[in-house]
Design a protein around this ligand. Structure first.
Ligand SMILES: Cc1cc2nc3c(=O)[nH]c(=O)nc-3n(C[C@H](O)[C@H](O)[C@H](O)COP(=O)(O)OP(=O)(O)OC[C@H]3O[C@@H](n4cnc5c(N)ncnc54)[C@H](O)[C@@H]3O)c2cc1C
Length: 411
């Protein structure tokens, strides 16, 4: 009998490839099998709606590791293979080829998939979703051709692709049922900041309206919204959120609730099965509750914790949520979590109109989230320190850009 421990990772993307790297860095000498249903080497997705979409970032730049790295670190990379079954009793996963692979420990890093539009015309040619590199390739060809683009959804994907399409010379209309874009993520005030940014760059925004129909015969020719207005369109980009890929875990009887439920070591209720990245709803000690985020940094920082936990180390994943975006001449970093309790005050510091400022979301005078726009000298670290301190702040002093951010944390 083969006694060599085998660690299997399902999902060959940022979280999966980073976990494989950490296993080797921490001296794991057993077998590592990294299985992904995409045919591309594991890659990072943020460029797909930014530089890669615009054609300014080369394909080679998106990969987590170069191809030789996997062989050099004895990571068996099975690409273009889908895991169809998790058999926890036999400690095996089954591939779409019918082959079964036994595991000692298993990491589910299956990510998320775009939420689909379900309305008339949603299957027409010219309706785009953006998750995979081939989606970005197709969309790049579309926006390079110019024309009229309608974006359904004013979230991160919607706004970033709207910016790329404008920069490529398209006419762009964004439609969102909320009164401002990004309301769910940032609230109305900072949603309004992004609305102004896009207006300045010529994006037509139809807010407080939903798409009711995509029109066309075979191919998209227009979009109708819920008040009956119609827009001509050569293509539609749908960015209405993503759903965690929980099917394997769910069928295997693992606890799933807005993702695969895991503890602070990213372990499910089965001590041999872990989950990480977009698919994991993990317990965060700082918040005293579970949180699922679909952020690049969550995959990057969660994966090493999962890998170390699989090796039996006592670790906890307790990073604050962190997100970044680039749109036109705005680069932004956000940290924290506004949460179901929301916030009761927004404080800005610096030049909002000049696009160089901080914003802080306060609840009971404590900073629960913060972002920096085009202020890269200190980055997001002082904001995170403020959140972690949980100390009350004086909002007027916080707004005063002459007072260093570090002065608000008493040691
Ligand atoms: C276009 C785009 C732009 C983004 N921009 C930003 C940004 O600016 N900032 C930011 O913070 N975040 C951004 N994100 C989010 C970030 O990319 C994700 O949080 C990150 O990719 C999550 O990594 P992951 O490894 O958990 O999952 P994923 O990247 O989703 O990878 C999961 C992989 O598992 C595969 N898989 C699923 N099920 C199976 C199965 N049964 N068998 C085999 N393989 C399977 C999937 O096909 C996929 O390849 C962006 C995402 C997208 C799509």
């Amino acid at each position: 009998m083969n006694k060599e421990p085998t660690y299997v990772i399902v999902g060959a993307s940022l979280a999966g490839a980073t976990a494989a790297q950490t296993l080797r860095e921490h001296g794991f000498a057993g077998r590592i099998v990294l299985i992904g249903d995409e045919t591309e080497l594991p890659y990072e997705r943020p460029p797909l709606s930014k530089g890669y979409l615009l054609g300014t970032d080369e394909r080679a730049k998106i990969y987590v590791h170069e191809e030789f790295w996997y062989a050099e670190h004895a990571v068996e990379l099975l690409l273009g293979r889908r895991v169809t079954l998790l058999d926890r009793v036999a400690h095996q996963v089954e591939l779409d080829t019918g082959e079964r692979i036994g595991y000692t420990k298993l990491l589910l890093a299956t990510g998320a998939s775009p939420r689909r539009l379900r309305l008339p015309g949603a299957d027409l040619e010219g309706v785009h979703y953006l998750r995979r590199v081939e989606d970005s390739d197709r969309l790049r060809d579309t926006i390079r051709a110019g024309g009229r683009i309608v974006v359904a959804g004013g979230g991160w994907i919607g706004l970033e692709t709207a910016a790329a399409a404008r920069e490529s010379g398209c006419d762009v209309t964004v439609i969102d049922p909320q009164p401002a874009p990004l309301v769910a993520a940032l609230g109305s005030e900072m949603g309004a900041f992004f609305a102004r940014l896009h207006r300045r760059h010529g994006v037509d925004q139809r807010l407080s309206h939903g798409v009711s129909e995509i029109r066309g015969t075979g191919t998209v020719s227009g979009v109708r919204i819920d008040d009956g207005t119609e827009f001509a369109a050569d293509a539609v980009i749908v960015g209405i959120g993503a759903m965690p890929n929980i099917e394997l875990a769910d069928q295997a009887g693992l606890s799933c609730d807005n993702g695969i439920v895991v503890d602070e070591m990213l372990c499910t209720q089965d001590p041999d099965v872990y989950a990480v990245g977009d698919v994991a709803n993990s317990y965060r000690p700082f918040y005293g509750g579970h949180l699922r985020t679909e952020h690049w940094a969550n995959a990057l920082h969660g994966a090493p914790v999962a890998a170390q936990a699989m090796l039996g180390q006592r670790v906890a994943y307790d990073k604050l949520p962190y997100f970044f975006t680039d749109q036109y001449d705005v680069g932004m970093e956000f940290s924290g979590w506004i949460g179901p309790g929301g916030y009761d005050r927004l404080v800005t510091r610096g030049e909002v109109a000049g696009q160089a400022f901080h914003a802080f979301w306060l609840a009971d005078d404590r900073v629960v989230a913060g972002m920096q726009v085009n202020l890269w000298d200190d980055g997001i670290a002082p904001v995170e320190e403020l959140i972690r301190s949980r100390q009350p702040v004086d909002p007027d002093r916080l707004a005063d850009a002459t007072v260093p951010l570090t002065a608000h944390v008493m040691v």
